[in-house]
Design a protein around this ligand. Structure first.
Ligand SMILES: C[S@@+](CC[C@H](N)C(=O)[O-])C[C@H]1O[C@@H](n2cnc3c(N)ncnc32)[C@H](O)[C@@H]1O
Length: 214
């Protein structure tokens, strides 16, 4: 018997018709679910981070969102957004005084070094969001790199665990969900899964990916 779940059907419709490709913040494209963005806003208000670290900039709509919303909560906020290439970034993102664009792979050791340096100059909690190369090996490398720079109380979101059939793009191959499964097998005590946040709006592009550092 087919188990009809309207949340799953809405999720598939939202993803497969590429609603998320047309989402904009201040006119700049951000490839996200808008309910996830609202959830991030609520998390930021509770966390009041001094620093937001994003892996995967693309057009920069999400970096701009994190800067504008984050600075309305903490005017001292800095945003570090890492991508292998910033060729596609909207000029308005580069002009934002709080955003630093770092061009290299998010699993490179210099990323950890830069985060450590920023943490030293911006004491306080950090919100991390992983939204770059979604293949399992890369997400696992990012999570492993973060082990040295994430502190207790920080928040980490691992995006796009919905691919590879969770429930979209069933043929994609191993991605963030499989990386998280392997990471939790290796380091079961690192993070507490924030299932209340994850389930708040019925569906998320980051299933299993709302994590609070213990
Ligand atoms: C899904 S897009 C990011 C979307 C953006 N965060 C948003 O919400 O609008 C993924 C980005 O990851 C970048 N990327 C791919 N491999 C990467 C890597 N190894 N390190 C850092 N960024 C990478 C791509 O260049 C691309 O711009």
């Amino acid at each position: 018997m087919h188990n009809y779940d309207p949340r799953v059907e809405y999720h598939k419709w939202y993803y497969d018709t590429e609603v998320w490709e047309g989402v904009r913040f201040h006119g700049v494209v951000t490839n996200k679910s808008v309910s996830d963005m609202w959830n991030y806003q609520e998390i930021l208000f509770e966390l009041k981070p001094a620093l937001i670290v994003e892996f995967g900039t693309r057009f920069g709509g999400s970096a701009l969102y994190f800067s504008v919303i984050g600075r309305s909560i903490n005017p001292q906020l800095a945003v570090l957004s890492v991508d292998v290439s910033h060729a596609e970034v909207d000029p308005r993102v580069g002009e934002d005084p709080a955003i630093e664009l770092m061009s290299c792979s998010s699993s490179a050791p210099e990323v950890a070094a830069r985060i450590r340096k920023l943490r030293a100059s911006k004491p306080g909690s950090v919100f991390f969001i992983l939204d770059s190369d979604h293949r399992k090996a890369h997400v696992l490398a990012e999570l492993t790199l973060l082990r040295d720079v994430v502190h207790s109380g920080d928040y980490v979101v691992v995006e796009d665990g919905n691919i590879n059939g969770h429930p979209v793009l069933p043929q994609w191959g191993e991605g963030p969900t499989e990386a998280l499964e392997e990471y939790f097998r290796m380091y079961p005590q690192d993070y507490e899964r924030d299932t209340v946040r994850e389930q708040k709006f019925g569906f998320t592009f980051a299933p299993g990916g709302f994590l609070r550092k213990r």
